[in-house]
Ligand binder design. Structure first.
Ligand SMILES: [Zn+2]
Length: 251
């Protein structure tokens, strides 16, 4: 029973280790300034609640940066026309049926754009130019484990993180603290598993070394001079030459 508890305790410590590593990686990516806007990035047009989320989907190693607005299908059709033709301005009206919407999987589930309550204020009522943009960042490796967002309709209102001062030539720098549950879980398993293997290998190596020098594999006590199969006088584990049995003490 004591062994089972010890195994659970070790597993918990290693899981914490996975969380710590995943968090450190996400924070490092935010701190490093690698996250950068890119106007040439792929653009997504996904229908959400009868409107269209139009997102610049910018990706890098360990991060994803979404620069998005919410528009009517008619306005989104014009945006998509410009995207398709590689032009930045057009004076044109298009039927909403021009729009060929992207499947929902093209945008990450952790983004806040799925919930209309998180959308910036309406910008299409008077066909105003695009002024309300929401920015969303996810960081972590292999999957984004933490995310934050902010919009220019709510100046300085950061949700899930904060921006840091930029350095010359660097991209955005930020700290984030809002976990993306599934991403953090999978990253923690990803980093926790090698930790388990590493600790297991270290324990095994210790046991091999103890056996080689004629010591108890459980506690390291010197068993030379004892009869084959004798129990370890220090901890009660089966010692020299014997097959391993549970220690008599405590049972
Ligand atoms: Zn021993």
């Amino acid at each position: 029973v004591r062994r089972a508890w010890r195994a659970i305790w070790i597993a918990l410590v290693l899981a914490m280790g996975g969380v710590v590593i995943s968090t450190a990686i996400a924070e490092f990516i935010g701190w490093s300034g690698v996250v950068m806007y890119d106007a040439a990035a792929p653009q997504r047009f996904v229908v959400v609640a009868g409107r269209v989320v139009h997102a610049y989907d910018i990706r890098g190693a360990g991060w994803r940066y979404l620069y998005w607005t919410v528009t009517t299908p008619g306005h989104a059709a014009v945006e998509q026309y410009m995207y398709d033709k590689h032009i930045s301005y057009v004076d044109l009206r298009l039927a909403p049926s021009y729009l060929h919407a992207d499947p929902p999987e093209t945008l990450p589930r952790w983004a806040h754009l799925w919930d209309p309550a998180d959308w910036p204020p309406d910008q299409d009522f008077f066909r105003r130019p695009r002024e309300y943009t929401e920015i969303e960042v996810g960081a972590g490796w292999p999957l984004p484990a933490f995310g934050m967002d902010w919009g220019n309709a709510r100046p300085n209102e950061y949700r899930g993180g904060m921006e840091l001062a930029t350095k010359p030539g660097s991209g955005l720098r930020f700290r984030l603290w809002r976990p993306i549950p599934l991403g953090l879980l999978l990253d923690s398993l990803f980093w926790g598993a090698p930790l388990v293997a590493l600790v297991g290998a270290a324990r095994l190596w210790t046991q091999v070394r103890r056996r080689r020098r004629g010591a108890c594999t459980a506690c390291g006590y010197d068993l030379r001079g004892l009869a084959d199969g004798a129990l370890c006088p220090e901890c009660g584990a089966a010692g020299k030459g014997g097959t391993y049995t549970l220690p008599a003490a405590g049972f």
